[in-house]
Design a protein around this ligand. Structure first.
Ligand code: G3P
Length: 218
């Protein structure tokens, strides 16, 4: 499963990229607002840092303006993946660019039938929002399972990009279901490293090693 980071904060992305675990980045208008940065400048910086797809979202809601915005966003870098909302205009935009071999991420997906539409429109990625479904007492991970089944039934190549992840269990279940990608806020990927037995075990090894008086490098 690929790991994408869901942020537009360069200072959070850089150290994670250095771990070698980052396969891409996702942004959205709310994350651009939070960063306080210009969308073109920050997206370019992210694209320079990360080899994989960097999702940049359109702001318009009508087809004609989305297509114009898409041209400007794709021009930022070769690894820009256009992000469009799951609406008729968004899917029309998706189909237009997918037919030209461009990467499109269809976002704001909350049902399996919406995901079916996105696959038929040629989306490279579908982004179902599991955390926001959980927030309203719906089954976020159940949606991922349903999309996996539908895509496998028809051999759709659209990748399931689990979005709106909030904690370790979303990542664990995404991997168990066989989702292609999970995008996560930096705090979630940092949580994945942690286990109390790793921390206490390492503290004991460090202490015992000091007592040996040995050095591996000298
Ligand atoms: O980027 C889309 C998605 O991951 C947003 O997550 O936390 O705003 O529900 P959230």
């Amino acid at each position: 499963m690929k790991f994408f980071i869901d942020t537009a904060e360069i200072d959070e992305i850089r150290p994670l990229v250095e771990t070698g675990l980052v396969d891409g980045v996702t942004t959205n208008p709310s994350l651009i607002l939070k960063s306080g940065r210009d969308i073109f400048e920050v997206t370019k910086e992210i694209c320079d840092l990360v080899d994989g797809p960097v999702s940049a979202e359109v702001a318009a809601t009508d087809y004609e303006t989305m297509v114009k915005e898409a041209g400007a966003l794709y021009d930022i870098a070769d690894n820009v993946c256009l992000k469009v909302p799951l609406t008729p205009d968004g899917l029309k935009t998706c189909k237009f660019f997918a037919d030209q071999g461009r990467m499109v991420n269809v976002t704001l997906c909350f049902s399996a039938t919406q995901a079916l539409l996105a696959a038929k429109a040629g989306a490279a990625f579908i982004s179902p929002f599991v955390g926001r479904l959980d927030d309203i007492a719906h089954d976020g991970m159940g949606l991922i399972q349903d999309i996996r089944t539908i895509y496998d039934n028809y051999d759709f190549k659209t990748e399931i990009l689990v979005a709106s992840t909030r904690h370790n269990m979303h990542i664990l279940h995404s991997a168990l279901i066989g989702a292609d990608v999970a995008t996560m806020p930096p705090k979630v990927i940092h949580q994945l490293f942690k286990h109390p037995l790793t921390e206490s075990g390492l503290a004991a090894f460090v202490k015992d090693w000091e007592k040996t008086g040995q050095s591996i490098t000298d």
